[in-house]
Design a protein around this ligand. Structure first.
Ligand code: PRX
Length: 637
């Protein structure tokens, strides 16, 4: 498969960019035409950021799985679609050709159909990183059900919240998942969540770890039994359901500055075009290359650059079940050599953690197959960038620093591998179709270069979110109401003399811990639900490996056991309410929090204290009780 829309030179990038701004509709229409549609669109773009109302390829009909699977069968049926590298090094890897993946997805689409799942139904997927997760995701898309994948690290309470919000009556899960030397009992977590979700009709369970689990009669069924029924009934090809371009493809919950995660909704047509276009161009994908994205399918990176982007492009995508440090810190490099990986796409936190093991884990690793390295999820510091460049890429592999968000569906700002120049710690230039602007607090657009501001996007692109599930007003207020006629990203940004963008981090109350997005309000709500806690304030602080760590200032009226035990108890409560990823790194008990006279917590001051920047606390005279500061500083961890 060749890609008519692949940009092959820096000049071609500039030309495409100019065209995408001057004639966005023509630009995207030409790209969309290279996909398989059941019915052509009537209108390329209709938009209004005030409402917001965004529609791409309106009137068009398609099924994304025909683009991921069916259309490759004529020429590429025997090409590798997916490689699976299990957690356990002694378990053989698995490979799926496009034909095999097509067969499995069709088979499981029948399973969903036979279990009563229909177009538009919400299906929650809570699984480990195994082929069954990719198959289930695609099978949902094939029958037109809206999938909502929940990362395996979330708690029962978080799952219940998401199931209730989406009113998802169907769940696909596993008995358990392997992660390093641990087994995570996913089905047990689901069972705990379902106590609060009586509307769930069916749970389909894939047996993976042979963990003993409870299977509730008339609700829970085994994946394999259902597949056997499909085989016995000779149900093979499942006709892909016709979807309107603007029908929802999936919901993905993500954290914002309020306490409740939002269900970001992406629709079929625009998302497909954008994820594929950016995959091919940013990584400069060449047919036959093995693409290894180390993210989890439970996050947007996995949706766009493990499943949909690569498969629509007919690429070979590698799925890894385990973690980078098990059985040792050479695991990624072994995988690269074993499967001849060309593109390695990972998070700065993983690079920093592997850097910490020194160069010994790299001994004896060839890494000759690598062509492109990528990073995503958080700002990459220069030290990590250079380590990646020197020791992994051997200065032969361009590094793409890709900036984007759950809401953007695909990469918005990044260099293109070997085509546009990289600059350490910079995402560099906007991709074609993306019109970034920097604004000041008042929303005035800041012209010129060598300038910092809040990053907004002023024109729609096909992969952008359309709504937040069940609450369109929330979508408007979160993203489109801060600044008039602009999509607000929540990120701060610097534009250098040459127009390169450097993301400096969130300007709202959202933390980025090991590339995971966590709202401070969510963590505070969880802490405040702990017995004896009166109030809390959570901020981020710089952390060598995680990027940001979570620092909680907590007022408590009674300790049970000693202070240290109570801190551990509180961390346990957070793990129970949200998941282990949100556990605070530091919990400091305080007698009071710095508040303004109107009762607002001055987080800026707490952030400075957590960072240890005690000389930068600024003016504290407007506080209701300035004396709390000294006592907080005294007790700093
Ligand atoms: O702050 C930015 C940071 O991650 C946020 C989006 O998080 P999430 O929706 O979970 O998606 C992560 C994967 C796309 C952004 O608002 N971020 C993402 N990529 C980068 C980044 N910060 C700096 N550089 C990046 N390359």
């Amino acid at each position: 498969m060749s890609y008519p829309f692949q940009i092959k030179s820096e000049a071609a990038y500039h030309q495409a960019y100019q065209q995408s701004v001057a004639h966005p509709e023509q630009f995207w229409e030409a790209i969309a035409q290279t996909f398989q549609w059941q019915k052509k669109w009537d209108q390329v773009l209709e938009w209004n950021f005030k409402e917001p109302r965004i529609s791409w390829f309106k009137g068009g009909q398609l099924n994304i799985t025909e683009n991921c699977l069916d259309r490759h069968l004529a020429e590429d049926a025997n090409s590798l679609a997916m490689i699976f590298e299990p957690n356990d090094v002694t378990t053989p890897a698995q490979q799926f050709t496009y034909q095999e993946l097509f067969d499995k997805v069709n088979q499981f689409a029948w399973v969903l159909h036979n279990n009563g799942v229909k177009k538009g139904d919400r299906v929650c997927l809570y699984m480990g990183m195994i082929p069954a997760l990719a198959i289930a995701t695609l099978a949902c898309a094939r029958i037109g059900a809206i999938h909502s994948v929940i990362f395996g690290g979330f708690s029962a309470q978080s799952i219940a919240d998401r199931l209730q919000d989406a009113q998802a009556a169907f769940i696909i899960t596993c008995d358990g998942a392997h992660r390093g030397n641990k087994t995570i009992d996913l089905k047990n977590v689901i069972d705990d969540a379902l106590v609060q979700c009586p509307f769930v009709q069916r749970v389909i369970v894939y047996m993976h770890t042979q963990t003993p689990i409870s299977m509730k009669k008339d609700r829970d069924v085994w994946w394999e039994d259902e597949v056997q029924k499909v085989i016995a009934a000779q149900q093979t090809f499942f006709p892909a359901v016709a979807m309107d371009a603007e029908d929802p493809l999936f919901i993905l919950y993500t954290s914002g500055s309020t306490g409740k995660p939002k269900g970001v909704v992406h629709t079929v047509g625009g998302y497909m075009v954008y994820a594929t276009y950016t995959f091919v161009n940013v990584f400069q994908y060449q047919k036959g290359d093995v693409h290894f994205c180390t993210a989890d399918i439970g996050w947007i990176t996995g949706h766009s650059y493990i499943v949909y982007g690569p498969l629509c492009a007919g690429a070979t995508t590698l799925l890894f079940e385990g973690i980078p440090t098990w059985p040792n810190a050479g695991r990624f490099w072994d995988i690269v050599d074993k499967h001849r990986v060309a593109n390695l796409y990972t998070a700065p936190t993983a690079i920093r953690s592997l850097m910490g093991f020194g160069l010994a884990p790299l001994e004896g690793k060839e890494l000759h197959s690598l062509k492109v390295l990528g990073t995503v999820g958080e700002p990459i510091n220069e030290e990590a960038w250079h380590w990646y460049d020197e020791h992994i890429g051997k200065k032969q592999c361009p590094i793409v620093d890709t900036w984007w968000q759950t809401e953007t569906g695909g990469i918005l700002i990044s260099n293109m591998a070997g085509i546009t120049p990289a600059k350490p710690a910079y995402a560099t230039l906007p991709l074609p179709g993306i019109q970034p602007v920097l604004v000041d607090e008042k929303g005035t657009i800041l012209e010129g270069n060598a300038i910092s501001g809040n990053l907004c996007i002023q024109f729609p692109w096909p992969g952008m979110l359309r709504t937040t599930y069940g609450d369109h007003e929330r979508c408007r207020t979160n993203y489109f109401a801060t600044y008039d006629n602009l999509y607000f990203t929540g990120d701060g940004c610097y534009r250098d003399e040459q127009g390169n963008y450097r993301i400096t981090g969130r300007v709202d109350d959202v933390l980025n811990v090991s590339g995971h997005r966590i709202g401070t309000a969510e963590v505070e709500n969880a802490i405040n639900s702990h017995t004896g806690v009166v109030e809390s304030a959570v901020v981020g602080y710089p952390h060598d490996i995680k990027g940001q760590g979570i620092y909680a200032f907590v007022i408590i009226d009674s300790l049970h056991g000693d202070a240290q035990l109570t801190q551990l108890d509180i961390a346990q409560t957070v793990a129970r309410v949200i998941g282990a990823i949100a556990k605070p790194d530091k919990i400091q008990f305080v007698h009071g929090l710095p508040k303004t006279r109107s009762g607002k917590i001055m987080r800026r001051i707490l952030r400075k204290i957590a960072e240890g920047a005690l000389d930068q606390l600024g003016d504290t005279s407007t506080l209701l009780d300035p004396s709390v500061i000294a006592s907080i500083v005294d007790g700093k961890l």
